[in-house]
Design a protein around this ligand. Structure first.
Ligand code: F0G
Length: 401
């Protein structure tokens, strides 16, 4: 493992996630003399662990069959938003309904090997739901810290169902994370936020799956919602490892998207600054990415700059419109954060800031039933049979004319 700031070599650290010299974030360096290829993957286990050569070898993993999520080609939606080729990767089909399961499978496996008995995280909801489930699977005690009143109901339900101690914190996710990082040691808990580099090792498998699902042709742009900024960094790490092992020629461009009310990195990049200014009171309907101080900002900026990409922001109204378009034109859906990539493409392709003649892969990061908020479907109010019959009858008369 090495520090991403000062490159200090750390050997293997299962517990520490900060550089002992400068305090910077640690990153796992993978060295392997054999790697999978598209042709020898087909008979392997249906989970992230099929990519074993590039994952830590720690004995039998804590797994719920995470990964192998569907990649859906969306021709109707592509036409509506004006791009040549569009794919949406449905991360909601993971065991607890979000991409977090990829990272938790690796992270909780490492926690067990490190001798932990208790795990903890702060969360806007999905990390909490996922950690609660994997901790239960591993027989570990689990506590999750969430911003009170700011978590989608499905996620809170999951964390409670899987038996985690759910601690509500007044303030934002950023306050909850500060508390979790500050208190973890005092209660002997292993921290499983994305500051933990092992989480990112699991999440990088999204890149491996895209390589496999696109038959080795990685000439596309990947559009990812950004909150704490771990996932975009992890996916980029996955593509870099594919390239380093000679499996791909093209490194995709990584395009990040934040909500306009919680967009410190989009602002930093659009102004060409070297450091972000934090957003103290982030606001957005996409509660998963309601984050004002992304801890992985350095990794994310490096991923985006290294790939020739960018981080942009979208308005809540654009996210709602993207949810509606995905659902009604393709029958695929996501919680609001996961619809932000489609919202971004629609806006930037129409304004000419992103080219229309490319292939785009949007990562729909969480299941739509996580957040069954009626405000998200206010454009389609339920009606009575009588009213429906009148409306349908009128439509029929109109269509005959
Ligand atoms: N999309 C969804 C559905 C999420 O839950 C998150 C993060 C993101 C995107 C952003 O990913 O943080 O790696 O940039 N959710 C975290 C949580 C913060 O606590 O569940 P990121």
């Amino acid at each position: 493992m090495t520090c991403i700031d000062c490159f200090e070599d750390h050997g293997l650290e299962l517990r520490s996630y900060r550089c002992r010299r400068c305090g910077g974030p640690l990153e796992v360096q993978v060295e392997t003399d054999r790697v999978f290829s598209a042709s020898n993957l087909s008979s392997r286990v249906q989970s992230i662990w099929r990519y074993a050569e590039l994952l830590p070898d720690l004995g039998s993993p804590v797994t719920l069959g995470e990964g192998m999520t569907r990649l859906v080609r969306c021709e109707r939606l592509a036409k509506i938003i004006g791009v040549k080729n569009l794919y949406v990767k449905l991360e909601g089909t993971n065991p607890t309904g979000s991409f977090k399961d990829r990272g938790m499978s690796v992270g909780v496996t490492v926690a067990l090997r490190a001798g932990a008995r208790r795990v903890v995280c702060a969360s806007t909801g999905n990390t909490a739901a996922s950690l609660a489930a994997y901790a239960a699977r591993a027989g570990l005690e689990c506590a999750v810290l969430v911003p009170k009143g700011k978590v989608a109901s499905g996620k809170l339900f999951q964390a409670r169902l899987f038996g985690a101690s759910v601690c509500e914190v007044s303030g934002t996710f950023d306050d909850a994370l500060k508390t979790a990082l500050g208190e973890a040691e005092s209660i002997g808990a292993y921290i499983l936020n994305s500051v933990n580099p092992w989480r990112l090792e699991g999440q990088k498998t999204t890149a491996f799956e895209l390589y496999e699902q696109m038959n080795g042709d990685t000439a596309f742009d990947v559009v990812v919602p950004v909150g704490n900024a771990g996932n975009i960094s992890a996916i980029w790490k996955g593509f870099r490892e594919l390239s380093a092992n000679g499996l791909i020629d093209d490194l995709p461009r990584m395009i990040g998207v934040q909500s306009a009310g919680a967009a410190p990195l989009a602002k930093m990049m659009s102004l060409g600054l070297e450091e972000p200014s934090w957003v103290e009171d982030p606001q957005t309907i996409a509660s998963a990415i309601r984050i004002g101080r992304p801890v992985n900002w350095k990794r994310a900026v490096r991923a985006v700059r290294g790939s020739g990409g960018m981080i942009y922001s979208v308005e809540d109204s654009e996210i709602l419109e993207a949810m509606r378009l995905m659902a009604t034109s393709e029958g695929i859906a996501s919680e609001p954060a996961g619809a932000a990539p489609v919202a971004l493409l629609k806006s930037k392709v129409q304004s000419g800031e992103l080219p229309s003649d490319l292939t785009y892969v949007c990562i729909a990061t969480g299941h739509h039933l996580k957040d069954p908020n009626p405000a998200l479907v206010s454009w389609n109010e339920p009606t009575t049979v009588e009213d429906y019959l009148i409306r349908a009858g009128l439509q029929r008369i109109k269509s005959r004319k």
